[in-house]
Ligand binder design. Structure first.
Ligand SMILES: O=C[C@H](O)COP(=O)(O)O
Length: 356
């Protein structure tokens, strides 16, 4: 593949049924004509729930998706300066995350300090970055640390993402989960990562799932909504595809693979199933939905695989922070090490880059 420029465009797959669906909010204008000029994507207004959209997506060909995921990665060849450029891009597309049971305000402050200055002066000089500001797109924390992060990042332009709705299982009454979103927004969260109740997927209770996600979207107000599917729990790619579709119909701004707490996290076949659902939705509505793989993405090799997948399947426009994020707690460390290697010719010890 050509990995140097913003040349490819998404291949739309309009579906017949979707064209007839009414939107649940005002009908948006189509996406910008030139995807190479990234105007901020408009928010997803959602669609009224209609099972016909699900019928369009039901026939997922598992083996074809697995074959495609394997081929994409094999074809990748990103080296040298080009690789450094892609790694800097990966950094800028990151939700720098801490979601541990032993998180503290102090740890979150250190993480925010790292987000503000992710690369050392030597490394920046070695890479010739000059004045270029390269920082993660967001810091992602549990609700109790939103106010701390908001204070530490005030005025920086770095988004504050909160995992709400009884993360990571989503097993609390709906009112409790909605209230948690409202509290996070009040504390300064600009993005909310919600988890779905996986049981609604197993039971095929799609309307109920739609209603819950719509309630989350409403509680978010101007904060952007990322819907975590917990794909490692969902058993089949068909479930992943249908849950993606319901989340988008209900107004998700992003769909996200995993909480990082399931036994299986983000995998390329699952990602492929999700980005194809995104492509279908875009083809039919003109609305671009963001994608966030998360959980277990800790090496630059894996990060590059994901970037290749997105560029090939959705196009260059999706490699911007309003449409793509990595959810990752340790990826930044490996990016620093690889960049260091590019500049100095040798690998530094991981502990030199340890976060928080
Ligand atoms: O949403 C982000 C994930 O929880 C991060 O997972 P990770 O710690 O495996 O990178």
């Amino acid at each position: 593949m050509n990995t140097t420029g913003p040349e490819s465009t998404p291949r739309s797959q309009p579906t017949a049924a979707l064209h007839h669906l009414p939107t649940s909010r005002s009908v948006p204008a189509n996406a910008p004509a030139n995807p190479a000029e990234p105007e901020k994507s408009q928010r997803n207004p959602g669609l009224h729930f209609d099972p016909r959209f699900l019928d369009e997506l039901r026939a997922v060909n598992l083996s074809a998706i697995e074959r495609r995921a394997a081929t994409l990665v094999k074809r990748r060849s990103i080296k040298g300066d080009n690789q450094s450029a892609w790694l800097l891009r990966a950094l800028a597309l990151m939700d720098l995350t801490t979601l541990n049971s032993n998180d503290t305000d102090e740890r979150v402050r250190r993480l925010c300090a790292k987000a503000l200055h992710p690369l050392s002066t030597e490394l920046r000089d070695g890479l010739g970055l000059g004045d270029r500001l390269i920082r993660p797109a967001a810091v992602c924390v549990y609700h109790p640390f939103v106010a701390t992060a908001a204070q530490a990042l005030h005025g920086s332009g770095i988004e504050i993402a909160a995992v709400s709705t009884a993360f990571p299982h989503g097993l609390a009454p709906l009112e409790t989960r909605v209230r948690e979103i409202e509290l996070s927004v009040a504390d300064g969260a600009t993005e909310i990562d919600v988890v779905i109740k996986r049981g609604l997927v197993f039971a095929g209770r799609w309307q109920e799932l739609y209603d819950e996600v719509q309630a989350f979207r409403q509680a978010c107000g101007s904060a952007h909504l990322k819907v975590i599917l917990g794909t490692g729990d969902l058993v089949s790619l068909r479930n992943v595809t249908l849950a993606s579709a319901v989340a988008m119909m209900a107004g998700a701004d992003f769909i996200k693979t995993s909480t990082g707490k399931e036994s299986v996290n983000a995998t390329l076949p699952v990602g492929l199933a999700m980005v194809r659902a995104i492509r279908t939705y875009h083809g039919a509505t003109g609305i671009r939905i963001g994608f966030k793989p998360a959980g277990g993405i800790s090496t630059t090799k894996t990060a590059l695989d994901w970037l290749v997948l997105i560029k090939e399947e959705l196009g260059r426009r999706w490699l911007e922070p309003d449409l793509f994020r990595f959810g990752a707690s340790s990826l930044l460390t490996d990016i620093e090490r690889q960049l260091d290697h590019h500049v100095t010719g040798s690998y530094s010890a991981t502990h030199r880059h340890a976060l928080a």
